[in-house]
Design a protein around this ligand. Sequence first.
Ligand code: NAG
Ligand code: NAG
Ligand code: NAG
Length: 432
Amino acid sequence: MNPLDATKSGFLVCIAICMFIYTFIYLKNTLSEESNEQKFTTDTTECGFYPDELCSALFVGKSVASQIGNFCQNTYQPETLSCIQTSCNCSVVLKNLHFITRPLSEEEGNFSLAYIITIHKELQMFVKLLRAIYMPQNIYCIHVDEKSPKDYKAAVQNIVNCFENIFISSKKESVVYAGFSRLQADINCMRDLVHSKVQWNYVINLCGQDYPIKTNKDIIQYIKSKWNGKNMTPGVVQPLHMKHRTRVSYREYVHSGKSYVYPTKNIKAKPPYNLTIYFGSAYYILTKEFVEFTLTDARAKELLEWSRDTYSPDEHYWVTLNRLNDAPGATPNAAWEGNIRAVKWKDQEGTTHKGCKGHYIRDICVYGLGDLQWIIESPHLFANKFESATYPLVMDCLERRYRLKVLQQAEVPIEDHWRFQENNYFNMKLNV
Ligand SMILES: *[C@@H]1O[C@H](CO)[C@@H](O)[C@H](O)[C@H]1NC(C)=O
Ligand SMILES: *[C@@H]1O[C@H](CO)[C@@H](O)[C@H](O)[C@H]1NC(C)=O
Ligand SMILES: *[C@@H]1O[C@H](CO)[C@@H](O)[C@H](O)[C@H]1NC(C)=O
């Protein structure tokens, strides 16, 4: 083939691909005339059946979809959730926010999860997370940062009031990043949870920027099959480069809206009971018996006191206790196993992922549209981190797909208000 022919055929292939893409996008558009929910202008035609068609393309990793998606998510104002700015009565909250109101199977009805959710901002994101993980047989403790604005707290309280199995923790902390208050917030919720009437099996902690990848049923089946009766606390013996976290005493600085922890020159005493300190994830999945143990055991109590002036104690406290031979459900020989959280760490670029398509905050990826395929293909139960205000389409796609998956697995008749969309424009052939 001479060079001119090669250029020509390359050009033709290019044209063919372009035509294919345009046909794909326009075809369903012309079929969509009867949809009166969406008004198509010349600018928005290429957004197709927004957002489902774009989501389908994003979930299979079509790179052109990210570009179109960025355009479309700016064109379409993200739907603001009802009952957030204005208060509604509870029957409207349940209906309009599409809360699931009955256990979806006998297996799920028999196995209760407790959730601890620590939040401080972004009400929309909290409601999206809550309505995804909410099941009437579960129980939810919400820790709202003491620093949060009054109207934020009131709005959360308004929604929580509609549910018997959701409550705000009785004791609130002003949470400092990497500080003891972060650990204390979880413990406050645990104290409330062990006294609750609901008999739960496991507790899972989440923050306001997490979102589930697996359904309630998937989570239960994962726990039962791989961890039956055991706690999940990914982590290892404290490595050398983490020793500074517990070697000197740290202090929390809180002043006029700013807060952080800083090291002092004071060397700390050895850990109580000669405990070996581990280092791991602040995210856990724990049995009720283990939680009761951490609230009452003398070693746990002294470790907690000793941890007060350490750096990010939530990253050593749970894993250290769960490596004790005699703790209920302990896993003394475990390491990083346990698929709790999908995170794109900056320093794992090129190993566990191929870069962040959103942006990094403190070396953790805030997911953009180009991260959607990686997220849904992850084996983890939840993913972090999301900002629905920055990347609204990321949340729209995940929410809609997630709810379809949940309802597909349901073994009871589905109520209309559980559905997010009347018609489903996801390309189900692609299994998205
Ligand atoms: C809740 O509000 C809706 C709409 O404003 C109204 O139709 C309904 O009767 C109210 N329900 C109760 C129980 O007050
Ligand atoms: C659920 O619990 C009921 C009553 O304890 C029991 O009969 C049933 O077999 C359980 N179902 C499953 C799927 O575990
Ligand atoms: C403390 O633990 C270390 C290793 O875990 C062990 O070598 C040492 O003998 C222990 N000391 C005491 C006083 O128990």
